[in-house]
Ligand binder design. Sequence first.
Ligand SMILES: NC(=O)c1ccc[n+]([C@@H]2O[C@H](COP(=O)([O-])OP(=O)(O)OC[C@H]3O[C@@H](n4cnc5c(N)ncnc54)[C@H](O)[C@@H]3O)[C@@H](O)[C@H]2O)c1
Length: 454
Amino acid sequence: MEFDRRTFVKGAAATAAFLPSFSILRAEDKDITIGPKDDDINVAMIGFGAEGKVLAASLVRIPGVRVRAVCDIWRFEQQRAKAFFKGYGHTVNTYEDYREMLEKEDKNIDAVIVATPDWMHCEHTCACLRAGKHVYCEKEMSNRLELAAEMCRVQKETGKLLQIGHQRRSNPRYRHCFEHIVPNMLGRVTTAYAQWNRTLAPFFTYKKPPKQDILTKYGYTNAEQFHNWRWFYKYGGGSMVDLGSHQIDLFIWAWGVPPSSVTAIGGKDAFDPPREAYDRMYCIYEFKMPDGTKNEAIYQVISSNARGGFYEQFMGVNASLTIAEISARGNTVQRELRQGGLSDAEWQKFIDKGWILPNEGDKVKKEVTKDIAVDTRISAQANGNQLAIEMNKPAHMPHLENFFAACRHGAALNCPAELAYESAVAVLAANKSADSHAKYVFKPEEFKVPPRAS
Ligand SMILES: NC(=O)c1ccc[n+]([C@@H]2O[C@H](COP(=O)([O-])OP(=O)(O)OC[C@H]3O[C@@H](n4cnc5c(N)ncnc54)[C@H](O)[C@@H]3O)[C@@H](O)[C@H]2O)c1
């Protein structure tokens, strides 16, 4: 797809408008490209909360990207956005209402980053697409499936790009694993496991939340719900939708098919008083494979104990992969030491290919296990080999770079809307299964975006 450059940026006036603030760059950021360029992609943001700031930290590090405007209903965040971007040489106009921003900035922006709470994603994304902007919208696409479907339809109708923020899809460590390790090293993977465990945390409170009339105007019942929207079904979907959305997407990626069923059990009373959405959930997803076999993924998210943190595991008959977005929490491939399993020579080939790093400890461990009276209840364990790939960028940066490469010269998006829709279907069904205390069996057509109801 051709990147539709706006001629206005070529004007000298536009260039001059950006000159005064360049000197505020911090010394450690001197590698960052500064100053407007004729072929910059001009960007606006909607939502400058926790995730908006994380994305902003990557945006200012991507050459050729210029942030021009930020919308947030909370004036406090508007001011923080202005100050933040000024520090990196971007002069931004700020807005409370996205409609005003789209109207006034129409000619100044090419793409919009949406980082508002899940319930607003559809409205914000569709308005931007219809205004002719490419959109990067945070996950979960929406807390309501019909709104996620509408986002897909509007993307198709407008022909603009829509990338959904499942950033692991662009992370080179995950791409390495799903391109090389999972299909070629693990053997048949019958079982995957992932978890996201966090400690008990009270609701966020702020001394000066937005005024109630602003909250009411934008649909928030009160400040508690505004700050803690994830825990209320009107705005979010609880911890399963918040955190599970990242990891269920990986099961789908690894096996290449959406799940055939989910059975989930949830609890709501880890907090006192209990929260509206499940604070913990335990799920089993079944995946029917094209060759007729069936695999299972076990998923756990809890909000009352952080033991083990967050990571994903893919357990094959020949080896298992443990990976996490933070490599210190998961970055290894561990060989299965079994009769008929991979030989030392076969394992060495993976090292020679540059997929995993050599591990002297592997040999030592095997020596030790020889001396143990191993009975049938215990299997010997090899030490893991580290993945032979690193990512030295902020976690969201490659996904944003992929989005801008698509805007500029038609690179394929790593998480286009219809792909993210599949994972939204899978994730949102876990809450349904827990509510009904029953297995939720997917119909294959559920993963396709339905036509708009007339
Ligand atoms: N990809 C990731 O790793 C990741 C991590 C965290 C959050 N997220 C996603 O990012 C999104 C935002 O989450 P967050 O943690 O930043 O929440 P947050 O509450 O910290 O920030 C949301 C911001 O949106 C603003 N906002 C709310 N309604 C608005 C409206 N109608 N118009 C304009 N601004 C509005 C709020 O004032 C706030 O500043 C969510 O969809 C969340 O799921 C993604």
